[in-house]
Design a protein. Structure first.
Length: 153
């Protein structure tokens, strides 16, 4: 936008190449070697550079295709119940954790929250941030399914 000013938020100056997932890895303006990732017009020499695509990186997790969202160990029952209420009110199918559903037993808040949180995570694109749940969710590579209760993946 020539000759116009606007406010912007810079998330990060440098790429975070040590992040455990690709979610925030390439949000920085500069690579660790100080070379620019994007031409945003802030370099003093005035030379533009062509944006270069990020080099592909191997997944940091063994098989990133199979991921599930489950509650953190230290999450309280109150927080987990709030997660269940949020997920089931958002239109996700919670019938498997209702009475006589395949995931009703064990009848605990933690067990029901595991199913509900994962159903929400899977239904919303499997983004890491869809498993945050006010810092009560964590992504796992271990399938939490049991007996007749099959978690989506």
């Amino acid at each position: 936008m020539p000759n116009r000013t606007f406010e912007t938020y810079v998330f990060s100056l440098f790429n975070e190449d040590l992040k455990p997932s690709n979610l925030e890895r390439n949000f920085g303006l500069f690579r660790p070697d100080l070379s620019p990732v994007y031409d945003v017009g802030i370099l003093r020499n005035g030379q533009s550079i062509a944006p270069t695509p990020a080099s592909p990186t191997a997944p940091s997790l063994p098989n990133s295709d199979n991921k599930w969202c489950v509650p953190k160990q230290d999450a309280s029952d109150e927080a987990l119940q709030a997660n269940i209420d949020f997920v089931c009110d958002s239109g996700v199918d919670c019938t498997p954790i209702q009475n006589n559903g395949p995931c009703f037993k064990p009848d605990t808040v933690r067990s029901h929250a595991s199913f509900a949180m994962n159903a929400y995570y899977q239904a919303n694109g499997r983004n890491d941030y869809d498993c945050d749940f006010t810092n009560t969710g964590v992504i796992t590579m271990v399938d939490p399914s049991y007996k007749e209760c099959k978690f989506l993946d």
